[in-house]
Write a protein that binds this ligand. Sequence first.
Ligand SMILES: Cc1cc2nc3c(=O)[nH]c(=O)nc-3n(C[C@H](O)[C@H](O)[C@H](O)COP(=O)(O)OP(=O)(O)OC[C@H]3O[C@@H](n4cnc5c(N)ncnc54)[C@H](O)[C@@H]3O)c2cc1C
Length: 362
Amino acid sequence: MLAIAIVGAGLSGLALAGRLLESHRDIAVFEARSRCGGRILSPSPAGAGFAVDLGPTWVWPAQQPRITALAGRLGLELFRQWDLGHSLYQNDANTTPMVFTDTETHADARRIKGGCGQLVAGLVQGLPDEMLHMHHQLLRLTDCGTYVELEFKTGQGLAHYQAQQVVLAVPPRLLAGSVVFEPALAPNLLQLMQGTPTWMAGHAKAMLVYKDAFWRRQGYSGNAWLHYPGTVLAELYDACTAQGEASALFGFFGLPAALRASHRDGLEAWAVQQTVRLFGTEAASPLQVIIQDWSAEPFTATEDDLTPPTSHPVYGHRPLCLDHWQDKLYFCGTETAQAHGGYLEGALEASERVFAALALPT
Ligand SMILES: Cc1cc2nc3c(=O)[nH]c(=O)nc-3n(C[C@H](O)[C@H](O)[C@H](O)COP(=O)(O)OP(=O)(O)OC[C@H]3O[C@@H](n4cnc5c(N)ncnc54)[C@H](O)[C@@H]3O)c2cc1C
């Protein structure tokens, strides 16, 4: 019997596992995907030659002590988002973009040298291999009185584990739609879980890798905002490495998820065409275009996430911060954080809250 089963190897689950390991508890982490990190994804695609952030990009050290401390503890270097030069704004497809200068657009925002994936790599390095169970998708949780039974779908069929306490470091909306709870959760709790949007789950990024940062040469920052119906990309930013030895622009798609899904094969070309309209013909020949559509990821997004919220949702609802099944079941993950819900900081805040609760004598 496990003392604690953590489900989800995103930032919150991994950070919690690292903290619990300090007290040598018998714990295990179960992850549905073949990789750790969840919404953090910073691969080094062949040809790109450097890590590209396809999930989170920025941290804000002035307001986010936990993620800043974690980066420091892992020896990671932070650097400023590139904002120097002219930025572009376009609110009509038929007009020329407006040029303006704001070298403080990202103000306190910092990037992590080597990509946000360095956070995941650092946390995983601190965990024993046998603690991590990949390809374990939680299907069912049963309250058996003094323990909880967990049922997983694995590559080899179903697997069952028992744990004294279970922490669900998975977005609540995802859990509500894909995990059977026995006994069933209270209808109002289930409704709250379904109504909690998973932050950024409906979004997609395009990363355009170039042989050099021609936009910087031309006096542009790389920042561009496109606010008109039908725009392919809605926001673009510079994504070069810290020292500028590798060059890239990234954009958040403006096209809705359904349209992205039905026109998947055309997205690269459309993203390039739009970048050419903004920055000229030098943008026409990227070395590589990488598209990451989070709305198509079953372990991040549900149908309800396909239309993203128009403003930052309220997170950290009290029922998601309490224990359930008489101290045997906890919710973790950034959507359960009260102050920085949705952000990396929130994922750490949630794991801190759960750590403190688990450490309480029962
Ligand atoms: C495009 C994008 C841009 C972003 N930009 C920023 C940014 O600039 N700054 C910032 O602070 N934050 C940003 N975020 C948000 C940030 O990524 C999240 O706050 C953080 O990664 C959440 O971590 P988490 O552990 O709470 O959840 P997740 O990372 O979602 O982890 C949940 C884990 O649970 C696993 N899982 C799901 N279902 C099951 C199941 N049934 N069984 C087992 N495992 C399961 C998943 O595979 C995943 O690994 C961005 C996110 C995206 C997608």
